[in-house]
Write a protein that binds this ligand. Structure first.
Ligand SMILES: Nc1ncnc2c1ncn2[C@@H]1O[C@H](COP(=O)(O)OP(=O)(O)OP(=O)(O)O)[C@@H](O)[C@H]1O
Length: 367
């Protein structure tokens, strides 16, 4: 656990960057610091590894005041990932990751072997190991940055806007693979971002800062969306918070799925008989849905060019937001739902999703 107790920072020029900060970042969880530019997020994070010293208050790691520990020893326990990866330009990828363990006395062979393992963990193919940073894309560099921060297996990890220097598609991939990684490694993480969507997606806990370096609210993403503490937080989490909150409501087994007729590519509509409304789900050999086909306009044989790919496919164990999105994006209004094995389970309409949400709310009120 990382704890801030009445921590303030006033820079020598008189700037009040952080004011009376008190909160905890729980062990094994990812806490995101978010807020508008200049509100003291980075200053707060850097007070954890003592790159910046507080003017007042105490920062502690697992109950130990960070001032009582030698700064170098402290930083060995705290991995650090920064925005543009900050890799050593003249060292190969594998040597970038192995550098710190080598400094700490780990043998070359062992450090490299562990570096290769870590590179695989962050989703970077082995063939990149002997490249230099300039030979990698921004997203790949960022993966190396994460691997390097984990090289000494520190229990704590600080991440300063780690995914902001890459384009939105790569950013989503990095976020997804990082979430996956964190499920395995369970580090105590503090991450800074100014992107509320990223905060809500990644954080187990989100700390919203406001200008002047004060804390507006600390809560889980679902709580933040459902009960913003004040108009500033409500405004900051955004106008679509009602819809986004659906992302945190799991689609339980009680959502009723309707059966859907399935066809495979190469099927002949004439052989299929009457299908409700003419629309049918095209599936692959493993019965995973590919999209919809309107049999009335498909011609003699169902081909790929007849498939309407516009609908998203929700997973049965996904969120209500995924189900609603599948329904809203479907050409039939019926959202496709697949099981964890990818096979089509059935479909659901937007009204059923919303009805389920209504029931959830009533149940909550009743209990
Ligand atoms: N070394 C410094 N000396 C004086 N003022 C500073 C110093 N570093 C930061 N500040 C000021 O402290 C305030 C908080 O800065 P900080 O970098 O912590 O904000 P931030 O929330 O991380 O911002 P951003 O999202 O723009 O990175 C800002 O007003 C900034 O200008």
């Amino acid at each position: 656990m990382i704890t801030f107790e009445h921590v303030s920072k006033v820079y020598p020029d008189g700037t009040h960057a952080v004011h009376d900060l008190t909160f905890g970042a729980p062990s094994g969880r990812l806490t995101v610091l978010v807020g508008p530019s200049g509100c003291g997020k980075t200053t707060s994070m850097r007070m954890i590894n003592r790159l910046i010293d507080p003017t007042e208050g105490v920062v502690s790691l697992d109950g130990q005041d960070t001032r009582s520990v030698d700064a170098i020893d402290l930083r060995r326990k705290i991995g650090y990932v920064i925005q543009s990866a900050g890799l050593f330009p003249h060292r190969t990828v594998v040597d970038n990751v192995a550098a710190l363990p080598r400094l700490l006395g780990v043998g070359k062979k062992e450090a490299r072997a562990r570096a290769l393992e870590l590179l695989a963990k962050v989703g970077l193919d082995e063939r990149f190991a002997l490249r230099y940073p300039y030979q990698l894309s921004g997203g790949q560099q960022q993966r190396v940055g994460v691997a390097r921060a984990l090289a000494t297996d520190p229990p704590f990890l600080l991440m300063d806007e780690p995914f902001s220097a890459v384009d939105p598609v790569v950013r989503t991939q990095l976020q997804d693979s990082f979430l996956q990684l964190q499920r395995d490694i369970g580090k105590t993480i503090v991450m800074v971002t100014h992107d509320i969507d990223e905060a809500l997606k990644l954080g187990d806990q989100v700390a919203v800062f406001r200008e002047g370096g004060t804390l507006a609210q600390v809560a889980s993403p679902a709580e933040l969306l459902a009960h913003p503490a004040d108009p500033f937080v409500a405004d900051f989490v955004g106008a679509s918070r009602g819809y986004r909150a659906l992302g945190f409501v799991e689609a339980t087994a009680t959502v009723q799925l309707a059966d859907e007729a399935m066809v495979r590519l190469g099927a002949r509509p004439a052989d299929l008989g009457e299908v409700d409304g003419g629309w049918c789900v095209v599936v692959d050999d493993a019965e995973a849905p590919l999209g919809w086909v309107d049999l009335r306009t498909a011609g003699d044989v169902v081909e790929e060019r007849h498939i309407d790919f516009s609908g998203t496919v929700a997973r049965a164990d996904g969120s209500l937001r995924d189900l609603l999105d599948a329904a809203l994006s479907s050409p039939t209004g019926r959202g496709l739902v697949a099981g964890p094995d990818g096979r089509l389970r059935g479909s659901v309409g937007a009204a059923e999703v919303l009805r389920h949400l209504g029931r959830g709310r009533e149940a909550e009120v009743a209990s």
